[in-house]
Design a protein around this ligand. Structure first.
Ligand SMILES: [Fe+2]
Length: 125
């Protein structure tokens, strides 16, 4: 059974979907089951993927990596999400932008921050 906030990816076409209401025992895309994305927290990759949070006057800044992650057409961060007890806040990013986003949320309300790299998957802190 799927659960709210789970992310799934199709290994064929690259579709990534987030569950906002659970129901199906499995999600199917391109005639095969989608893979559940499990967030990694340890960074073994050369680029840094683990999100870092920093309180600023404008809001809570979420950066991807202490070393900025590439933001190229073929390899980039596609979104950053902040999870609180009652909300999922998502910033959609595009190649050419900085791998970061500002969220109007208090740091103490953050349960998890996660980001999705199109090549290296889901990462959390
Ligand atoms: Fe990456």
């Amino acid at each position: 059974m799927t659960k709210v906030r789970e992310l799934y990816k199709c290994s064929i076409c690259g579709n990534v979907v987030e569950v906002v209401n659970p129901g199906a025992p499995a999600l199917v895309c391109c005639h095969q089951p989608m893979d559940k994305l499990d967030a990694l927290a340890q960074d073994g990759a050369k680029e840094k993927h683990v999100p870092v949070l920093e309180a600023t006057a404008a809001g809570l800044l979420a950066k991807v990596g202490e070393v900025p992650h590439p933001m190229e057409e073929k390899h980039s961060i596609r979104f950053i999400e902040i999870l609180t007890a009652t909300q999922v806040l998502r910033a959609e990013l595009s190649p050419g932008q900085k791998p970061e986003a500002v969220f109007a949320v208090a740091k103490e309300d953050v349960l998890e921050v996660r980001e999705y790299c199109n090549l290296h998957g889901l990462w959390k802190a």
